[in-house]
Design a protein around this ligand. Structure first.
Ligand code: ACM
Ligand code: ZN
Length: 680
């Protein structure tokens, strides 16, 4: 078979030679394959594909996943009549495959069943793109990382098993292979544990459907049979069904059982496991108490029996550890074990739980706080507060999964926040996710090889409905898939974006509710081009101090010509905590002015609010100011959402010093974030 690369064909066309079947530009496959070589001709996919295989599917259900309803598969009576050959080739990398489509049919070669499955997914992607006739092509492909994950938070708002399985279908199509299931948290315990029925009789239920309202309403639980009860949990059969469904799709499900904190729901029903012994007083288990270990080990026994995963995720994040400092049992544990502080007390718990898991053939993974007080010997770190935790773990010879909030937290907004549905306070676009490299060369090979992979996390405090969940997850989940699978040098955002637009259309056709990527605004329009005006580059005197943590570009920020974007943390917005903004711009000389404007951002999930009003005033001597305007907050802004307002005056006046005074609601407190004082 003569091979024609794309360029070869284009050159032939240019020379007016016969090239009746020009090679397509792209397979459209997400994640982008390693090597693609176009061949001559094409293959018409029949409704029934006769196959031979050196890999036996476990059962009819697994066979079904190979075709995903796109065509029927029937064993070929003889090798010669096979249109699809599934071949064992030990030389292919783990999970990798070689897919060849030519005029005679299709061959997929792999070393393992996952590789065959992924070759089939690539075939299905092309069948979707090209319809019934697939252009002849040879693809050689293998993943960059072993861990390509998505995390689903089902505590804050429960999702049915059917909904979860629907997401697994799309994950499998795009070669994502880990589903991290955040099954327990303050907002609801979601897994049946026979030994502790109160977890699902009470701790899985609350008298509010909506997490935010429940939080504001006191965060209490109710009984399952309460007429107001909202929530839910998975029975053991539900879990088995999801785990098996995932297995058929080469996805490992990793359960997360939170400890020692984020455990208010457990401590509400088993208060003896907290330091205080009282419900609704603590988020942390009492680590001094043996009863805590008895509970956790009993729960883990039942969890292990349900999940065949290599890893069990034990949470470990954000423990306040407050009660541990004074609790007699915790203090006694620290004394006896020679632990110097509460961080080491958490480390004691993690190490002890790790020994328990290791003895049962499982490994422990936890959020990066498990580094504090000393990492357990075999633990793997999931790095979320930036990348530092993962890198520190990797440097000390531990494995790490990278999931930094800045690039992998899919609960943040992905486009114009004033239009998008409620979200966490920051901003992570499709391009932001795509731009993340979990293991850049700058880390060096010793660190790189300890980085297992990447994961997108969908926390659901703000995500109430299933449609909203899919809106947040897709298509950003596709960027996680490509970051996790594709070689860096094969990645190109414009090319990916074009493939994503097609994928989004197909998702919609299949009943998903992805974000409408083709209508994305992109970055905040005001932030795209530098401002040049009377105040640009002029000195600013701060009459109230901005917060050192949100200094942005320091004293230059308000007049540097760069307006803030969608993200309050983009180092263009400057933040004031619990105080008014009061500053003066010195124009250098008396100027006739027609406009003064200053932007504020509201991000209620981060306690950043609009000022009640903004006073704009003018002076010749920097002592006696004349008011230009007092501009009130726009009452039509939804106070629950990220929003932007320009507080502006227009008219005619003259002066040298322009003052901006923004008043915080002192009763509520919180932050004011502002940027760019524009004077024209
Ligand atoms: C986390 O976001 N608290 C892991
Ligand atoms: Zn205690």
């Amino acid at each position: 078979m003569k091979r024609l690369r794309i360029l070869g064909c284009a050159a032939l066309l240019a020379g007016a030679a016969a090239c009746s079947d020009p090679a397509p530009r792209t397979t459209g496959i997400i994640p982008a394959p390693r090597e693609t070589t176009w061949l001559e001709g094409s293959f018409a996919l029949p409704a029934t594909l006769r196959y031979t295989t050196q890999f036996e599917p476990a059962d009819a259900a697994e066979l079904e996943t190979w075709a995903a309803g796109r065509f029927d598969l029937h064993p070929a009576a003889a090798e010669a009549e096979a249109q699809l050959r599934l071949v064992q080739d030990p030389a292919v990398a783990a999970e990798g495959y070689r897919l060849r489509v030519d005029r005679r049919g299709i061959e997929i070669a792999a070393a393992d069943a996952a590789g065959i499955f992924y070759g089939m997914q690539s075939l299905l992607e092309m069948a979707d793109r090209f319809g019934g006739r697939i252009p002849a092509v040879e693809i050689a492909d293998a993943p960059r990382f072993a861990w390509r994950g998505l995390m689903f938070d089902v505590s804050r708002h429960f999702r049915t098993k059917e909904f979860v399985m629907k997401q697994l279908d799309l994950m499998a199509r795009h070669k994502l292979n880990r589903m991290h299931w955040h099954l327990t948290d303050a907002a609801g315990w979601r897994i049946a544990i026979d030994r502790y029925p109160e977890l699902t009789e009470i701790a899985a239920w609350r008298p509010y459907p909506n997490w935010a309202a429940w939080s504001r309403g006191g965060a209490r639980y109710c009984r399952r049979d309460d007429p107001e009860a909202h929530g839910g949990f998975y029975t053991k059969d539900d879990i088995r069904e999801v785990v098996e469904y995932a297995r058929q799709r080469h996805i490992e499900v990793i359960p997360e059982i939170e400890m020692p904190s984020h455990s208010e729901e457990v401590l509400a029903v088993y208060p003896a496991l907290s330091c205080t012994g009282e419900p609704y007083t603590s988020s942390d288990f009492c680590v001094g108490s043996e009863a805590t270990f008895e509970f956790l080990e009993n729960v883990l026994d039942e969890v292990i029996a349900l999940f065949p995963s290599e890893y069990v995720h034990i949470g470990g994040d954000e423990a306040p550890k407050t009660h541990w400092r004074t609790c007699p049992k915790c203090r006694e544990r620290m004394r006896r074990e020679g632990l110097k502080d509460v961080d080491e007390l958490q480390s004691y718990l993690v190490r002890r739980i790790e020994r328990y898991l290791n003895a049962r053939g499982r490994r422990l993974i936890g959020w990066d706080e498990i580094l504090e007080g000393g990492l357990a010997p075999d633990a793997t770190v999931m790095s979320w507060r930036g990348v530092e935790g993962g890198i520190a773990a990797a440097r000390s010879g531990h494995q790490a999964v990278m999931t930094p909030g800045s690039h992998c937290y899919l609960d943040h907004c992905q486009d114009d926040p004033s239009v998008e549905p409620p979200s966490a306070a920051s901003f992570v676009s499709l391009a932001d996710v795509y731009g993340y490299d979990p293991a850049p060369d700058s880390l060096g090979t010793d660190v790189q090889r300890m980085i297992l992979g990447v994961q997108g996390n969908l926390w659901c405090e703000h995500v109430v409905t299933d449609d909203h969940f899919e809106h947040m997850l897709w298509p950003r989940g596709l960027a996680i898939a490509e970051v996790g699978w594709s070689d860096r040098e094969k990645m190109d955002y414009d090319d990916f974006h074009a493939r994503v637009l097609d994928a989004v259309e197909r998702m919609r056709g299949a009943g998903y509710h992805p974000f409408d990527q083709k209508s994305a605004v992109g970055s905040r329009p005001e932030s795209r081009e530098a401002v040049e005006c009377l105040s640009t580059g002029k000195p600013v005197t701060y009459l109230t101090a901005y917060n050192a943590g949100y200094a942005a570009a320091g004293d230059a920020t308000m007049t540097d010509g760069l307006r803030g974007g969608w993200k309050f943390g983009d180092k263009r917005w400057q933040g004031w905590l619990n105080r008014n903004v009061d500053l003066v711009v010195d124009l250098g000389e008396r100027q006739t002015i027609a406009y003064v404007g200053v932007d504020f951002i509201q991000a209620p999930a981060a306690e950043i609010y609009m000022p009640g009003s903004v006073e704009l005033s003018l002076s010749d001597d920097n002592e006696h100011f004349t008011a230009l305007a007092t501009v009130a907050v726009d009452e039509t802004l939804d106070p629950r959402k990220t929003a932007f307002q320009t507080f502006a005056w227009q008219g005619e006046a003259a002066g040298r010093y322009v003052r901006v005074t923004a008043r915080i609601d002192t009763a509520r407190g919180g932050w004011l974030f502002t940027d760019e004082a524009i004077v024209r």
